[in-house]
Design a protein around this ligand. Sequence first.
Ligand code: CP
Ligand code: NVA
Length: 322
Amino acid sequence: MSTRHFLTDLDLTNEELLKVLNLADYLKVNPYALKALQGPQTAAVIFDKTSTRTRFSFATGIAALGGQPIIVNPGESQLGHKESVADTARVLEKQVSLIIWRTYAQAGLKEMAQYSRVPVINALSDDYHPCQLLADLQTVREHFAAQGNAELTGRSLAYLGDAANNMANSYLLAGVNAGMDVRIAGPQGYLPAEEIVQAAQQRAALTGGSVTITTDPQTALKNADVVATDTWISMGQEDEKAQRMELFSDYQVNSAALALAAPGAIVLHCLPAYRGAEITAEVIDGPQSVIWDEAENRLHAQKALMAWLLVESGRADEQTVA
Ligand code: CP
Ligand code: NVA
């Protein structure tokens, strides 16, 4: 049985994604039902960048699965400066049952996975934030399920703002993997890279999803069921703040933008948010925002992911996650 990793949104098939989301829904109601890390086994949770939600949701989720998290803050291990990724992987896989890593380069995660026989999970890189998208899709499903239709297939999602960042890429890939009509809007020069658009189109052809990349926010917003945005200043871009505030100003998610979406559209933001920049306080705190459910669902979605990866990799008994 080969080891399954979760490095990008496309590392799950459509069918696998739905299994993980179903498990996440189950865990939301039965938080301590699965003991995939019983022992307790340990899980490395390594941060090269800061975090609130990812840290707390993984630590809490690992504990609820019967395990023990080992959290490594930026600069606290030998990884990256004194020891290579490959050597770190060779050491960690003998100690821990999962490696969860927030880092800069996607290439580092690929290398970690290449040398690790325990599952490696991307807890955010410069290119993707796939764990966030599991929580986002769980949130979309549960919101529309309450209105009678939990199907993600065919739902439209508009993402506005910095369309070249990790969240834009993950909305595009995870959205089409779920069969959604994904519209990404940002200024010229800040749109998803060509290879990511191509990968999205290929997956969309399998799932019935569709891809629109545009510089026009109104095109993206028209009748969208879900409106999403993210900070205009990602971690590491703080020096570009003034320039970015100007650059993305036409892509703010505010009441006027929301009025173009479908009536009853919901709003997502992975947080942390700069109120008054990419999104107004009125929208975050308004009736269409499901942002706090989205933050909560990080816990349930990641627990489901961890349990599923452990079973698929032959490291947990199916019964513990049945
Ligand atoms: N959304 C998210 O990943 O938040 P943190 O950076 O606080 O982990
Ligand atoms: N794009 C943001 C996401 C934070 C969760 C960043 O990388 O800082």
